[in-house]
Design a protein around this ligand. Structure first.
Ligand code: FE2
Length: 601
């Protein structure tokens, strides 16, 4: 049955598209958020930038409606945004015909890509009003309207929207007032990306640099201070003598940095090259400077508005090290960041903007968890297992059994409830393990994740115990703060404590995710440790699993011990009794057993 009232409920569809990565859709009906998902989860294409057709279909299915029932579509990107500024790049610097052609093609794509999306939207939703809003306004809306605050200072920072790269704003009731913007080529997101590439990583790998930074010392902080700084008029300033953003937009060939960076820090690292102390120090210095600039921007904003509720948004605010410094150094306890602070959350911001700013609604929709994606009943999971002829066992006590398996050293695929919005697994599509033995980090890496060994794993901690284990006395349900682990606890939770003594905890509340909380609580009862290791349920380079079929594929192609989906547990040593009857050959060690209730210590 459709959860939507046939006549009364106003249906608002938010779309994130045209920005070049992480498209998606969100749907609000009658003032309730019914669905929010990123396209990559459904198409299985990491950072999918295509028009979010599958996400739209998912949202409509979830609401049980067809496209002609939608009243309003809001797109988090506008073709008109900062048009004169865009046109200005045609006369910027190099005027050779070749560069001019490339610049013109870039602008054309920027403009018509969005218009084409708009045309598609009008065909799909013939009865809807269609609104284009600025990208950073969508980021700002995604944070402020999802937050519990009636009034808040808002800071959005990313690589680039239509032309703006940052926004300071003031949220008040149903409205957001823009205070200031920063514009390309000034961009903290692109600056961090430039160094990410300089250090031998790829686009979207900024989190690797953040992880690497913990190994280094900020010996290049003075040089970094020359490259970028806080600016009260333009939010921040990046010295373009060092960072060459033209290439990012297809406007010039070459790398994202100038020869001055190489003169200052040495030659760039190739992705096949070993990571040295020098690379760690550069990453550390970059992160230390970002912390300084981020704290200064946020501090200045809060001081100027006089409102110390702070909403953070944009891809740069996925940087939990910076976020934590903003919280700590400015003593700001009311900080809000929604789980998809990057472009994956633009559709949420667009839908919320439609509901609040366009619709004039002040009352919040109650965004109090991240679980707005695909969900499957036990019956649907059972059917999928049957399709693949997979033997499974239905558990009477899921949290209790899984906790005992974790204590016994098993690595488990945990597939429960609706999938999470955003880049972090938060206990719906997670790989979980005992956080205590240091070797568990290497085991998860070697058997499942196949990722860089310098990257840390995160803990999911019972919210009520967080402050005992981490220097964090506010909740962080979406893993967007990186505090230090209390010194006396570091030796206990070695698999989730980073080399510099920090961790990226997810605080889990009983209300937001009852089954996940019950699991950790059971683990706590058995061990005295109120947290578990939680990493995303995927292999390197793939989106997080979304459907049971995705989970099964990942399970059978990695070294996971068990997969727990809904109430079912699946082991790789399943049913071979029939083979025993017809083939007298030797059983391979460990695969002869019929599925039985897992034994755990
Ligand atoms: Fe963005």
């Amino acid at each position: 049955m459709s959860p939507v009232s046939p006549d009364n409920d106003r249906i608002i569809l938010g779309l994130g598209c045209s920005s070049g990565h992480d498209s998606g859709a969100s749907l609000i009906a009658g003032g309730r958020l019914l669905a929010a998902i990123e396209e990559e989860r459904l198409t299985r294409k990491k950072h999918d930038s295509d028009f979010p057709m599958q996400s739209i279909r998912f949202c409509l299915d979830r609401a049980g409606i067809s496209g002609d029932r939608v009243d309003q579509v809001v797109i988090g990107w506008t073709p008109r945004g900062h048009y004169l500024k865009k046109a200005g790049i045609l006369v910027h610097k190099s005027m050779s015909p070749r560069v001019m052609r490339r610049k013109a093609a870039f602008l054309r794509n920027l403009h018509y890509g969005t218009l084409n999306d708009g045309r598609t939207v009008r065909m799909l939703f013939p009865n809807a009003s269609v609104h284009f809003i600025e990208h950073h306004m969508a980021h700002a809306a995604s944070s402020f309207y999802a937050s519990p605050f009636d009034r808040a200072s808002i800071l959005s920072l990313d690589g680039r929207g239509e032309w703006s790269t940052g926004l300071l704003g003031l949220g008040d009731g149903s409205g957001i007032v823009k205070i200031r913007e920063s514009f390309w080529p000034q961009s903290l997101g692109l600056l961090y990306l430039a160094f990410t590439r300089y250090l031998g990583f790829g686009n979207h790998d900024e989190y690797k640099v953040m992880g690497l930074a913990a190994y280094g010392e900020p010996v290049h902080l003075d040089e970094m201070r020359k490259i970028f700084r806080f600016d009260p008029e333009t939010i921040f300033h990046v010295d373009t003598a060092y960072i060459q953003h033209q290439s990012y937009s297809g406007c010039a060939k070459g790398d994202y940095w100038t020869s001055l960076v190489e003169k200052t820090f040495g030659p760039p690292r190739k992705d096949s090259q070993e990571i040295t102390r020098t690379h760690m120090d550069i990453a550390c210095s970059l992160q230390a400077r970002l912390n300084e600039v981020g704290v200064e921007i946020a501090g200045n904003l809060v001081q100027s508005t006089g409102i110390d509720n702070l909403c953070l948004a944009g891809g740069v605010c996925l940087n939990g090290v910076m976020n934590y410094q903003i919280h700590k150094q400015l003593s700001l306890d009311n900080i809000y960041i929604q789980p998809a602070s990057n472009d994956g959350g633009v559709s949420l911001g667009a839908a919320l903007y439609g509901y609040h700013a366009i619709g004039g609604n002040r009352e919040k929709i109650g965004f109090d968890h991240a679980y707005w994606g695909s969900g499957f009943t036990n019956e649907e999971i059972e059917q999928e297992l049957g399709n693949y002829r997979i033997a499974a066992r239905r558990l009477a006590d899921v949290p209790g059994t899984v906790a005992r398996l974790l204590v016994d050293g098993k690595i488990i695929g945990w597939f429960q409830g609706r999938s999470e919005l955003g880049p972090r697994a938060l206990g719906s599509r997670s790989i979980i393990a005992d956080p205590r033995p240091a070797e568990n980090k290497d085991i998860v890496n070697a058997r499942i994740k196949f990722r860089e060994e310098f990257r840390p794993f995160a803990p999911s901690v019972m919210e009520e115990h967080c402050a005992e284990w981490f220097d964090l006395d506010i909740s962080s349900p979406y893993m967007l703060m990186i505090p230090t682990v209390r010194e006396d606890k570091r030796g206990i939770i070695q698999a989730v404590t980073h080399v510099d003594g920090t961790a990226r905890p997810q605080t889990v509340s009983r209300t937001a995710n009852p089954r996940y909380h019950a699991l950790i609580e059971e683990f706590y009862r058995l061990t005295g440790c109120p947290l578990i290791l939680n990493t995303s349920f995927n292999v390197k380079g793939e989106p997080i699993v979304d459907s049971p079929a995705d989970a099964l594929r990942c399970f059978f192609s990695t070294g996971l011990d068990y997969l727990v989906m809904g109430d079912f547990i699946i082991s790789k040593s399943m049913v071979y009794d029939e083979i025993d009857g017809i083939d007298k050959g030797e059983s391979a060690r460990g695969v002869g057993a019929t599925a039985r209730e897992p034994e755990a210590g």
